[in-house]
Ligand binder design. Structure first.
Ligand SMILES: [Zn+2]
Length: 408
């Protein structure tokens, strides 16, 4: 078995599933176990400064071996796996040169991955496909990313004649529950440019993600016995429904794609005397995003005029922002990633993330940080798979980025 595959298999054996219920960081104690393993492996490569902090963040760096002034670059991946599907007893296997026929993941349980259900599989015909036994997710999200960074680090350490700048490595816990950059001490990753290895299939690359805000709308009603409530009652539920009806329904997730933004009512609870609505606001475009946020305030004003001041109380808070704002300021981070893909023989597939990414938070911490594919498809599912070839290509992309920075 190829070393990069051995790595993946070794890492997925450790169950690092994040859970929403967890109140501790990291969410899974096993993230420490995987973190410790990675620190040991990095040290074995000769990267002596590898270490893990008390929240399971793993840090390591390889010093520059050049006299030239080369910008430093960091690579990130996450230790945990998704809460959606178990990460325990992962039993991966490689199907060499897959022939394109349906894959029986588990004969006993009759779990079959059908090509008609997953058309994306056709890109993997003839490649060495890594699949599960149908009882867990694979965890290639993001342990393939970890394996690729680790293999790239090993290559760098074994080929000291290749010129490179300072290289940083960081593995983070709890990405799947939105916590991985929450407790990161970015001072431990003093790089000028960064990349998360946490994208999807071969060739995918993201330079932008949504701007995201959360609107919390409180409705203050007036409860009175319904028998004597004429001209007195103010039913908070009905006022809430009216508020929601003022949102353009065409701009909801179910009606939008690509670069279109939306309003997404995620929660509505209450009674006659009070109600609360939670709305997710998303847009790529900065101006449109501001307009969306303003619209919430406009509906609030409009309804308060009718129902009386203070009936509706809306609060809009930024959640995360589009990393494109930061990435644009540093054209090299984009240029080198695209060039590195071409050098690896891959046609880049640039897609906007209709969600958030760690790279967004990191970018706003001062390190522009796009997201590169690590090869996993059908993530968070028992049908998750990746190919040996896309993992190898992802590792090549890492090395080519390092080379491009060195060339300047
Ligand atoms: Zn991931």
């Amino acid at each position: 078995m190829k070393p990069i595959v051995e790595r993946l298999f070794r890492y997925v054996k450790i169950d690092t599933q994040s859970t929403w219920e967890s109140t501790e960081v990291p969410a899974s104690k096993n993230e420490f176990v995987l973190g410790r393993m990675l620190v040991e492996e990095l040290k074995e490569m000769g990267i002596d400064n590898a270490w893990m902090d008390e929240k399971a963040y793993v840090f390591a760096s390889i010093p520059s071996n050049s006299k030239k002034e080369i910008p430093s670059v960091a690579f990130f991946a996450h230790l945990d796996t998704a809460p959606d599907e178990t990460g325990a007893n992962v039993n991966p296997r490689v199907i060499e040169s897959w022939d394109g026929r349906d894959i029986v993941l588990n004969e006993k349980k009759n779990i079959v991955m059908k090509t008609e259900d997953f058309p994306c599989l056709k890109d993997s015909i003839g490649k060495d496909l890594i699949v599960t036994d149908g009882t867990s997710l694979l965890g290639a999200d993001d342990k393939a990313g970890i394996a690729e960074i680790m293999e790239a680090a090993r290559y760098i350490m074994e080929n000291p004649k290749e010129e490179h700048g300072e290289i940083h490595i960081c593995f983070t816990p709890d990405e799947e529950i939105g916590n991985s950059t929450e407790y990161i001490n970015i001072k431990n990753v003093p790089a000028q440019y960064g990349y998360t290895m946490d994208g999807g299939e071969l060739g995918e690359i993201n330079f932008e993600n949504f701007n995201a805000a959360t609107a919390t709308v409180k409705i203050h009603g007036i409860a009175i016995h319904p028998g004597e409530s004429k001209d007195k009652m103010r039913n908070a539920v009905l006022v809430g429904v009216e508020f929601i009806n003022h949102l353009p329904w065409r701009e909801s997730p179910v009606n939008t794609e690509g670069y279109e933004g939306f309003y997404h009512v995620t929660d509505f609870k209450g009674g006659v005397d009070s109600a609360e609505i939670t709305i997710a606001i998303r847009d790529f475009d900065e101006e449109k995003y501001e307009i969306r946020k303003r619209r919430i305030q406009q509906i609030e004003d409009f309804m308060n005029e009718y129902y009386g001041a203070g009936t509706v109380e809306a609060k809009v808070e930024d959640y995360y922002l589009n990393m494109a704002r930061e990435v644009k300021k540093h054209p090299k981070v984009r240029e080198y990633a695209l060039e590195a893909m071409k050098r690896t023989g891959i046609e880049p597939i640039v897609i906007p993330i209709r969600g958030g990414t760690d790279g967004s938070t990191i970018s706003f911490m001062g390190m522009p940080c796009p997201n590169i594919f690590m090869g996993s498809a059908n993530s968070h599912s028992i049908y998750e798979y990746c190919t040996v070839q896309s993992m190898e290509k992802a590792m090549e992309v890492i090395l080519n980025i390092i080379r491009l920075f060195a060339e300047g």
